[in-house]
Structures are given as structure tokens and as C-alpha cells.
Design a protein around this ligand. Structure first.
Ligand SMILES: Nc1ncnc2c1ncn2[C@@H]1O[C@H](COP(=O)(O)OP(=O)(O)OP(=O)(O)O)[C@@H](O)[C@H]1O
Length: 254
């Protein structure tokens, strides 16, 4: 079932909150082995799209499949192949990092000995060993991202979906996360992540989709989307936005 399918396949995903259309019919096929960046300005619908894609938010219309398995019709199989780091911190933060990992592993029905061994390895690789006994509520924002990534990786998923993994992360930790994700893709995994940071997407991604106002505006390999220009130029052109006249906020000048 799995290998002939895209790692993630979204068809016609749509979501409205009251009168606000957050996502207006997103189609996306993420090839296995790709490093896929979902770019978009604030409020574009990235979190809503990814939440629907991984089974955290029920769409009004459309479907999401992980390696061929429908996340809503066949959630157990789809979620066994999927590791997710949601936006914000939806972690049980009154646990220590080590306890949180143990909780995630046991919830997934993993062998406790395997959970212990992988948790120790992940805490070590993510430079969180010293924080293993600290409660997650007392972690910094960057440490919370890293423990969130560890939880997503623990069961050895085939697809990782990460919402803003580099937000609030210092350069050293960002390099560490980049390295881990790069190794994960080299080892046959697929990563989809959302970001506003062009430089990160340009450096890491094989494929890019630009989302604005709830729809995909550009999609393809990085080379196809960028063409001869920088990704930032393409992004600004696609997303539009206000151009300063120089007259604004004149009261700030002395
Ligand atoms: N639970 C909700 N209730 C009402 N409106 C919502 C809800 N979640 C999202 N929205 C709205 O849907 C739109 C898309 O939001 P979303 O969080 O998906 O965007 P985003 O691209 O992830 O933005 P950001 O980069 O700022 O995180 C926004 O206008 C937002 O205000």
C-alpha cells in the first residue's frame, strides 16, 4: 500500500471558522523522500492545513492520506507512520522531558526497554540530557521545540510533519535540528514543515509550496518555484503586501 503513494497526499482540504475561510481547498502531493517546505505569511492557513493533514482538526471537506492511508478513515495505521510536532506547545508540561518521552512511547504501545533506550539517545542528540529531569513547563521555548521533535521521532515514523520547527530556536539548536532532519531524510524519511523563514527553506528543502489566503499559490521543486530569482522575491510577489511610501510614521523622525 505505502511505497507507490505520496508520503502525504492532500485533496481539496478546506476549513472555515464561522465566516472566515482559513483553508479554501488545498491539494498537495508530497513525494516520499522529499524535504517539503510550506511557506506562507501570518494567517495564510499553514497551521490549519497541517492540523487537518495529520488528523488533529477535522476538515469541512477534502481528504488527507499518509502513505496511502486516510488519516480520518484509518487513523491508527496512518498515525503509526506519522510523527507530528504541532504549533504552540500542546505538551503535557508537568512531566519531565524523559517522562514525556516515556509517556509518548507507551501510548504508542512501544516496548518500554526500546522507549528507554531511544529516549536516552534522543535527549543526548538534542542536548537535553541535563534537562531530562526538569519539568517541560520550565523549559525555554527552544527546548520545548526540541522535546516536541524528540516525541515526534520516538516511534521511528516514515513521515514527519512539523509546524514552525525553527521558531524561537537559537542558531545552535537550529543547526542541530537541521542536521537531524537532514539525516532523517537521507535515511529515507520525508519531512513537511511550515515556516516563514526563506533562508531555512532555501537551504533545506527539495520542494516548496507557497500558501496565501488559504490556497496554494506556487508549488513544485525548489528550483521550479524559485526559477532564476531568490525565494524571497518570489514569495513577496506571490503574497503581495503593502509597499511603504516613506510618509508613514513621520512623527517618529526627529
Ligand atoms: N480556531 C480558530 N478559530 C477562528 N479562526 C481561526 C482559528 N484558527 C485559525 N483561524 C483563522 O484562520 C486563518 C488561518 O490561520 P492559521 O493559523 O492556519 O494561519 P498560519 O498560516 O499558520 O499563520 P501563522 O504563520 O501566523 O501561524 C487566520 O485568519 C486565523 O485567524
Amino acid at each position: 500500500m505505502t511505497d507507490q503513494h505520496p508520503a502525504l497526499h492532500l485533496r481539496g482540504l478546506a476549513k472555515r471558522f464561522d465566516t472566515k475561510v482559513a483553508v479554501a481547498g488545498v491539494d498537495l502531493a508530497v513525494p516520499t523522500g522529499s524535504f517539503y517546505g510550506l511557506l506562507g505569511p501570518n494567517g495564510a492557513g499553514k497551521t490549519t492545513t497541517l492540523s487537518m493533514a495529520v488528523g488533529l482538526l477535522r476538515p469541512d471537506a477534502g481528504e488527507a492520506r499518509v502513505l496511502g492511508y486516510d488519516v480520518w478513515a484509518d487513523p491508527v495505521r496512518a498515525k503509526s507512520l506519522l510523527g507530528v510536532m504541532p504549533d504552540g506547545v500542546r505538551l503535557f508540561d508537568r512531566l519531565s522531558g524523559a517522562e514525556l518521552l516515556a509517556y509518548h512511547g507507551l501510548l504508542r504501545g512501544m516496548d518500554p526497554a526500546v522507549v528507554d533506550q531511544r529516549a536516552a539517545e534522543l535527549l543526548d542528540v538534542l542536548a537535553l540530557t541535563d534537562a531530562g529531569r526538569t519539568l517541560v513547563v520550565d523549559y525555554s521555548a527552544g527546548m520545548k521545540k526540541k522535546i516536541g521533535l524528540a516525541c515526534a521521532l520516538l516511534h521511528g515514523p516514515r513521515l514527519l510533519v512539523l509546524d514552525e520547527p525553527f521558531e524561537a530556536v537559537d542558531p545552535v539548536s537550529a543547526a542541530l535540528i537541521r542536521d537531524i532532519l537532514h539525516r532523517y531524510v537521507t535515511g529515507g524519511g520525508t519531512v513537511v514543515f511550515s515556516s516563514h523563514v526563506m533562508e531555512v527553506v532555501e537551504r533545506l528543502c527539495s520542494h516548496v509550496a507557497i500558501l496565501a489566503e488559504g490556497t496554494i499559490k506556487r508549488v513544485g521543486t525548489l528550483a521550479e518555484v524559485r526559477g532564476e530569482r531568490s525565494l524571497e522575491d518570489v514569495f513577496v510577489e506571490v503574497v503581495g503586501g503593502r509597499t511603504a511610501t516613506g510618509e508613514e510614521l513621520s512623527w517618529l523622525s526627529r
